[in-house]
Design a protein around this ligand. Sequence first.
Ligand SMILES: Cc1cc2nc3c(=O)[nH]c(=O)nc-3n(C[C@H](O)[C@H](O)[C@H](O)COP(=O)(O)OP(=O)(O)OC[C@H]3O[C@@H](n4cnc5c(N)ncnc54)[C@H](O)[C@@H]3O)c2cc1C
Length: 375
Amino acid sequence: MYQTIVIGLGSMGSSALYQLAKRGVKVLGLEQFGIGHAKGSHSGQTRIVRKAYFEHPDYVPLLEDAYKGWETIMKESGKQLFQKNGLVYFGEAGNEVIKGVDFAAREFNIRVDRIKNEKLKMFEISSQFQALIEPEAGFALAKETIRTYVEQADNLGAEVQTGERVMGWRVKDTYVEVHTDKMEYHTEKLILTGGAYTGQLIPGYAKQLKVARQLIFWIKTDNPELFTPEQFPCWVIAEPNHLGIFYGFPIIPEEEGGNGLLKVAHHVVGEVIHPDELNDFNPGKEKEKITTILKEYMPQALGEVAEVTACMYTYSPDEHFIIDVLPETDTRVVLASGFSGHGFKFVPVVGEILTELALDGYTNHSIDFLRLNRF
Ligand SMILES: Cc1cc2nc3c(=O)[nH]c(=O)nc-3n(C[C@H](O)[C@H](O)[C@H](O)COP(=O)(O)OP(=O)(O)OC[C@H]3O[C@@H](n4cnc5c(N)ncnc54)[C@H](O)[C@@H]3O)c2cc1C
């Protein structure tokens, strides 16, 4: 009998496992693949971490706590998991992204500076665009973060099983029964952090959670020396002729867990798929679009598209996260899903929230806007 089982040791589950182990709980983490893999939502090396949130201002207090959590895990592990190389936002005045960043910055006193486009050497941006820079933003190393949380949890006594797939679970009178393809386990509390596979873990929610493929483009630029994290920020362009935003990162050197290539992607609803179809794609048109954007806005970054990889977003109906105790489970089962393509920066605080919901039955973090009763 475990006190808590976590199903899915990806972004959110690894952090929850660590928090539970820190509280001295007898905890088991179950992962169907390995720790840090390419069949979920955390592949592709890096994730933008930022605080001036244009999606919804209620995320900002959670981000304040997430930032503290990033500091803690980096201090405890001695690893530079989050690097603050800054984030530049470009868009026409009045664009939703620019307005939202501006609003959050003013409302929550977050440092965001207006800068002159010509100061940003690697970009060629029209004078009709505004440029804002958030100096305390940057990027996190995704796989490395997950591995670090699991390692730290393991040091604190957590049990971990990889290559073991949960086939189903059932609430019994005084415990929850979990069936995997290898074993049956019993636990007092259960945390579901299955990412794109959540619909298979809770079939009743499958219709609400839409899984979409996202492509990541890796450029072998002709000028790699210009794009190191020391001199090149993360960037977001709200391009008026396209839905969504284009974004990118500096080149992470191989010795720091990168692949020496420049990463560029388009944040927009991709093709809706079953997770098994993740790598069944043809990047043709998307590739052309990325090359056109680079040609127009970052010509010095141009080069051969060396690789295209795929990752998954799991959309909730309103594109805000779902974090709550599942109804009709006698408060035994906690769910975190529907991170809708913007969850990674919250990883440290989501682990805390899930632990509190499972062990204490409540959390002091303000998550009312993320609860299930909004649907
Ligand atoms: C291309 C791309 C770019 C992104 N960029 C950003 C960004 O810049 N900033 C940002 O904040 N966020 C970003 N995100 C979003 C962020 O990465 C996700 O919100 C986050 O990774 C979701 O975490 P998760 O724990 O829900 O899923 P995952 O990290 O995929 O974890 C789920 C885990 O559960 C396991 N699992 C599922 N079912 C079972 C089962 N039955 N048995 C055992 N194990 C199971 C899976 O194998 C997986 O390891 C991006 C996402 C993508 C795809």
